[in-house]
Design a binder for this molecule. Structure first.
Ligand SMILES: Cc1cc2nc3c(=O)[nH]c(=O)nc-3n(C[C@H](O)[C@H](O)[C@H](O)COP(=O)(O)OP(=O)(O)OC[C@H]3O[C@@H](n4cnc5c(N)ncnc54)[C@H](O)[C@@H]3O)c2cc1C
Length: 508
């Protein structure tokens, strides 16, 4: 989520042109630590806890938002007191990852997760507003899990699971990456006779949330990042799903309390110097604007920060943010690093809660092209789209929604809101939904999930992009973690961290 952006990429580049002079900082604004961690989402927050508590290393986390948690979005309905996790919803056990929840300093409890149940589903083409007629048969629900199990077995039989989870340490060199993994997912499914898995993968990945391209054209490796073998087990009942009692944000609020002053909120790096013997970072903690893009993002926010400039001097740097050009601009990249990180292109996704008293409560309005009538196994939407409006309760005017666009820059919250409002109006105009009687759709919570997808093409992977990415680990005292370069599930990212922490802590 990037709506609390403090500085523009342009401002950052301009700032990063400067040199770092320690004499420019007051003594109390210079922070000495073993490891500086950028980003306090699932990866950064976990790494901070483990490095500090288990490895006895000092850390500082630089987080752009006023809270920790990244993709977690917990909304508390003030009228009913109900808690809605409208971003990251659930956790599934991957290896021993659940031990993190029960650490004595964290100690959150979990309960089995169920989708907002009991919803009647209506299939509607949001671009025409027309409801799919009675001739439409939704995909056979039972065929998906069988095909997913075949997918799982195919992945493990070929050793592709170990190449792609939790990270890509095991992925062969570019030219040796199995050709199947570089096929578009539609072709991969056809080749292996498992097309039915697509209608399971599609909603599970939010329609390939934020990926580049339309669903059936997305690279298999990219889909696998959001649908790894370990996760596939959920669909044939081998693994269960859980959410945190009190809402998923509760975990990160606990981590926030634990880390205390070791987190700089509302903060971004604006300049840096990295070498093999350590790093220096200039950090701006700026006041947040009253951002109309972010109503209700956090009901637990820490309020507005006072603008300050700090210098962090650390032995190592852990980047737990998506490795986009914009994010990495202030990090003193070499020309080779710049070339490497300028290749990926990202999509963008958003989640939100919309409020309207005339929308049908207790119903899920699912977006499906009219052509899906003829081809139920390819109910894929053209981006940008809203996947669905899902009523949060039969007696509530609140609806969750997720939307996705192919081009990061072209799909800011303002655009996504236009797409959502237009979808509703189109359904009204087609007579599928009742007249709104002049009531505006209100977005009571909005979360920009920022750059999504894999970002790199099959050709770039063949040319060694991932190999080069992992070769950067540890160079110039810098490490990378997070969903930009590993399987995109919290518990898997925690295990990815676990694979690296010994190496990061070495020599500190
Ligand atoms: C809509 C959606 C639903 C999902 N649902 C689930 C789910 O139910 N279960 C699951 O396991 N996974 C889910 N995921 C996957 C999720 O991405 C991962 O589980 C995980 O949260 C990613 O963690 P991360 O640390 O890599 O990134 P993030 O959680 O995105 O954390 C990155 C952090 O860095 C901060 N940041 C970004 N840029 C900067 C910067 N320049 N400077 C400082 N700070 C910065 C961000 O504010 C954020 O806090 C979902 C993803 C999406 C998009």
């Amino acid at each position: 989520m990037r709506t609390a952006t403090i500085l523009t990429a342009g401002a950052i580049s301009a700032a990063s042109a400067g040199r770092i002079n320690r004499a420019d900082f007051r003594r109390e604004d210079i922070i000495y630590k073993d490891v500086a961690i950028i980003g306090g989402g699932a990866s950064g927050a976990h790494a901070a806890v483990r490095l500090r508590q288990d490895y006895n290393k000092s850390v500082v986390v630089v987080e752009r938002e006023p809270i920790l948690g990244g993709h977690v979005d917990t909304y508390v309905d003030k009228t009913t007191g109900r808690i809605h996790d409208y971003g990251l919803a659930l956790y599934f056990p991957y290896l021993d990852s659940f031990d993190f929840f029960s650490r004595p300093e964290i100690n959150v409890t979990l309960s089995p997760w169920f989708p907002a149940g009991g919803n009647e589903v209506r299939y509607i083409d949001f671009t025409s507003g027309q409801e799919l007629t009675s001739t439409f048969q939704p995909p056979d629900e039972s065929a998906g899990p069988i095909a997913v199990k075949k997918f799982h077995d195919l992945m493990t039989a070929n050793g592709w699971d170990n190449m792609t989870q939790p990270g890509y340490w095991g992925l062969p060199a570019g030219k040796d990456i199995p050709a199947d993994l570089l096929l578009p997912i539609g072709q991969f499914a056809k080749k292996h006779g498992i097309e039915a898995m697509l209608s399971t993968m599609y909603p599970s990945t939010g329609g390939g949330v934020g990926s580049r391209g339309n669903f059936e054209d997305i690279l298999t490796l990219s889909i696998i990042k959001a649908f790894p073998t370990a996760w596939s087990k959920v669909f044939f009942g081998e693994v269960a799903m859980f959410s945190i009692d009190g809402g998923n944000q509760f975990l990160y609020d606990k981590i926030s309390t634990l880390l205390g002053k070791d987190v700089l909120y509302n903060s971004q790096v604006v300049n840096s110097k990295r070498s093999n013997s350590g790093i220096e970072l200039v950090v701006d903690s700026a006041r947040l604007d009253d951002d109309e893009e972010q109503p209700g993002k956090s009901q637990k926010g820490k309020g507005k920060g006072k603008a300050t400039k700090k210098l962090i001097i650390a032995k190592k740097l852990l980047l737990a943010i998506p490795p986009t050009r914009e994010n990495l601009a202030p990090f003193d990249l070499t020309p080779a690093e710049k070339a490497h990180f300028s290749k990926p292109k990202y999509g963008r996704s958003h989640t939100a809660i919309a409020k309207h008293s005339k929308l049908p409560a207790g119903v899920q309005l699912r977006n499906l092209p009219l052509s899906a009538t003829a081809n139920p196994l390819s109910p894929f939407l053209q981006t940008p789209f809203v996947l669905s409006f899902t009523s949060l309760a039969t007696n509530s005017p609140l609806f969750s929604l997720g939307s996705s666009g192919t081009n990061y820059a072209a799909f800011p919250p303002s655009e996504a809101k236009k797409v959502a409002r237009k979808a509703i109006q189109t359904m009204v105009d087609a007579g599928t939904l009742p007249d709104l009687e002049g009531e505006e759709v209100e977005f009571v919570a909005w979360s920009d999930h920022g750059p999504g997808g894999f970002g790199v093409s099959a050709q770039e992977l063949r040319e060694g992009w991932m190999e080069d990415m992992y070769a950067l680990q540890g160079k110039r005292s810098t490490w990378f973690t997070g969903n930009g370069i590993a399987a995109d599930f919290t518990t898997m990212l925690w295990k990815f961290n676990d694979q690296m922490l010994d190496r990061i802590a070495e020599g500190l």
